[in-house]
Design a protein around this ligand. Sequence first.
Ligand code: NAG
Ligand code: NAG
Length: 198
Amino acid sequence: MCLTMVSLLLPGFLLLLLFCVCHRPVGAKRQEPVASPENDSTRLRGLWKLHMRDSLLKGKGSSPHPIREGPKQQLLYCRVGIGYHLQILPNGSVGGVHKPTEYSWLKMFAIKHGVVGIKGVKSGLYLCMSGQGLAHGVEQFSDNCLLKENLEENHYTTYSSLSHPGIYLALSHKGDLRKGSSVGRHQSCTHFLPRRTP
Ligand SMILES: *[C@@H]1O[C@H](CO)[C@@H](O)[C@H](O)[C@H]1NC(C)=O
Ligand SMILES: *[C@@H]1O[C@H](CO)[C@@H](O)[C@H](O)[C@H]1NC(C)=O
């Protein structure tokens, strides 16, 4: 008797359950705003934090030289003018020098496909882009430090801000930092080449 009741009620119960399961995501979706670039970069920053934590954990492992486990140091050569190497000075200034200095050594971290972070090895500062188009070294990694990496047809790489689209990392013919909002990916001032040796 009891069993019959259960078997009679069960299909209805299952239907109700199905109804709830099917309708919940729709209701939830309506409340959440559509994915925005801002939210995308929040998610990326989360990934970055995970990446950093992983690196730190790896560093605490058995290896006596944790630094060797991070990304390799490299230079970023810009082909504008006589050719310059990017540098990040301790006061946050970003510019280029023809002959690499100790501030020209950088570490590049892949955050996800096509998105990187750049850190000056000596200054310890991250290369970030302001909404005004200027690059500067910053202690704290933020959305402004997420850089889109694009391999151009000439095999040079351009770096542009993920949170401020259309703003490129660029140097002038004299090697000074150029405002990244007035330049484009087809100009040599935005063309960089990562290299491992001077
Ligand atoms: C990003 O998502 C959160 C919830 O996940 C929401 O509160 C916030 O308003 C969203 N931001 C934008 C700009 O859509
Ligand atoms: C940083 O230091 C360099 C070299 O000492 C100097 O030329 C530049 O003006 C300084 N930048 C800032 C923002 O203080």
